[in-house]
Design a protein around this ligand. Structure first.
Ligand code: MCA
Ligand code: AMP
Length: 503
């Protein structure tokens, strides 16, 4: 037996002294050094008696060491569970408890709180700080730089990524070796990645986009990455002339277009710009071409499925569309109510099937059954159509979701916090247009009769409970929520009413 994901992504590069990561301080980490560091971490975790399949929850800043921990988990057969660094302790406690993580790796700043939390869970806490220091590195640094890779099958789990849900409870999407490997291999081929590529990497590595799409594709091709700790416009501009490719959410591209330093000349060494995670306005696509001569390649994916569709590398990249199904992946449009397959041109829900589709939500069989059909099609919750040339258009969402700067926000989670506040009868949270983030969060509150809730106190409670990116940028008091005859809140009416509100 072997470990297909490790063997293809990492093992294939053992002994290579070519660069894998270019750091902003001018240092380079070779494949060999990176894999040695990962093997040391794997040895350290083996000494902790972790069993294959155990979950390793990590909430750490982006660093080469953080990426090596991902490689170490794959090599050890452990399930990697990356968590957004913006999550509050109350959000984290849910993920850690729900997943039953055996090991928690965090920054020293949250060590005390997470240690307190871990005691009831029988989990061990280790630290890994942004500068690569911490107990994890101290314990692993003297250990052997090779590790006997743990055998895994293609259908063994390799990662849990939590994705919020319409009920307010996040769901752990279980991803297998085959899910990740098939997608990375397809994308590297479709997008012509090679060992010559140098990817400008400014995305976070706790989500599919930065971790699996950007990193796995680079690894499959044996290329390298200019590895930025976070999005930083000045650094992006400084390093762009050295890169051959870049991946980003639409906010990256609109911010670059707002910058006079971003010119055709600056991008002349780049062969491919890729966008995803949120809709790229056709207008942005066109402006980008006018400014740089490059046509951004837009693709479409989800945490549960990795990437499903992509505009072509060669051939027309059509603005406002997400291109064609990737090889080996089926996409169909169905009627939202009946599930009947619709003809081209008709709008319905987008369903996908293929080796990329996850195996279900951790401990949530009823949610899995509701979204993953027995015939293997996954109901994405996105609404779309296929045009006469086969391009897929996403026209809306059949799920109550806001995407702000590429981060998904489920209104229910915020409404649950707002509804609990003194003097609040009920609330509705909607997404309104935002020039930088595409959409942003607006909270609308209906007071209990005769009450006038204190909006500042409410915001304080929101800040304690929820990650910064989920905070409503504005709260409004209104007399009543618009409802349909069934009593359901009409969010579309609210969205229209507040579409020009300044937030
Ligand atoms: C930061 N803030 C945000 C966001 N990001 N608020 C709302 N939405 C956001 N996305 C907060 C900051 O904490 C800060 O709060 C204030 O907004 C302004 O921050 P700023 O410095 O402008 O933000 P930034 O640090 O520059 O971050 C913006 C960003 C970042 C670079 C666009 O959000 C980002 O990296 N987004 C990428 C997300 C991503 O990787 N998504 C992929 C998901 P304060 O003012 O209080 O300090 S994977 C996925 O969706 C699927 C699978 C797919 O298809 O890829
Ligand atoms: P996530 O739950 O973070 O995996 O986000 C997945 C969702 O992001 C999808 O269901 C879509 O709604 C959205 N998404 C991803 N890529 C695109 C895109 N290119 N255009 C429009 N929406 C997108």
């Amino acid at each position: 037996m072997t470990n297909p994901l490790y063997d293809n992504l990492f093992g294939a590069h053992i002994g290579k002294t070519t660069p894998f990561l270019h750091l902003l301080n001018g240092e380079t980490i070779t494949y060999q050094d990176f894999l040695a560091m990962a093997a040391q971490m794997a040895n350290m975790m083996a000494l902790m008696d972790l069993e294959p399949g155990d979950r390793v929850a990590v909430q750490i800043q982006k660093s080469p060491e953080a990426l090596a921990l991902y490689a170490a988990c794959v090599q050890s057969g452990l399930v990697f569970l990356p968590l957004n660094t913006a999550y509050t302790v109350s959000e984290l406690s849910y993920f850690i408890e729900d997943s039953g993580a055996a090991l928690i790796v965090c920054d020293r700043a949250s060590e005390a709180q997470l240690t307190a939390l871990s005691e009831s869970l029988n989990a061990v806490v280790e630290t890994l700080n942004a500068d690569g220091t911490g107990s994890l590195m101290e314990k692993s640094s003297g250990l052997p730089t090779t590790f006997s890779t743990v055998d895994r099958r293609a259908d063994d789990l390799v990662a849990f990524l939590y994705t919020s849900g319409t009920t307010g409870r996040s769901k752990g999407a279980m991803l297998t070796q085959a899910n990740l490997l098939s997608n990375a291999t397809i994308l590297a081929k479709e997008w012509h990645f090679s060992a010559k590529d140098k990817l400008l990497h400014a995305l976070p590595i706790f989500h599919t986009h930065g971790l699996f799409v950007a990193t796995n594709v680079t690894l499959v091709a044996g290329g390298s990455m200019i590895f930025m700790p976070k999005f930083d416009q000045d650094k992006l501009i400084e390093f762009m002339p050295q890169a051959t490719t870049m991946m980003g959410v639409p906010t990256f591209y609109t911010r670059l277009l707002d910058d006079k330093r971003f010119t055709r000349n600056l991008t002349s060494h780049i062969r491919l710009f890729i966008s995803g995670s949120a809709p790229l306005l056709a207008e942005t696509h066109i402006q980008f071409e006018e400014r740089t001569g490059h046509l951004i390649l837009e693709r479409y994916g989800m945490t549960e499925t990795n990437m499903n569709t992509s505009n072509p590398y060669e051939g027309e990249r059509r603005p406002g569309t997400v291109g064609f199904p990737l090889p080996g992946i089926e996409v169909r449009i169905t009627d939202v109510t009946t599930g009947e397959v619709l003809d081209n041109g008709e709008i319905g829900q987008i369903e996908v099937r293929g080796p990329n589709v996850f195996v279900g939500y951790w401990n949530m069989p009823e949610k899995t059954a509701a979204e993953l059909r027995e015939n293997g099609f996954f109901i994405t919750g996105d609404l779309g159509k296929v045009d006469e040339d086969g391009y897929i258009h996403i026209v809306g969402r059949n799920k109550d979701l806001i995407i702000s700067g590429g981060y998904n926000i489920y209104p229910k989670e915020i409404e649950l916090v707002l509804d609990m506040q003194p003097g609040v009868l009920e609330s509705a949270v909607i997404g309104v247009p935002h020039a930088d983030f595409g959409e942003t969060v607006l909270g609308v509150i209906v007071p209990e009769p005769g009450q006038s809730p204190d909006l500042e106190n409410i915001m304080d409670e929101v800040k304690r409970s929820l990650a910064r990116f989920k905070h409503p940028r504005k709260l409004l008091l209104i007399d009543e929520l618009p409802r349909n005859t069934m009593g359901k809140v009409q969010k579309m009416v609210l969205k229209e009413r507040y579409q020009d509100i300044s937030v």
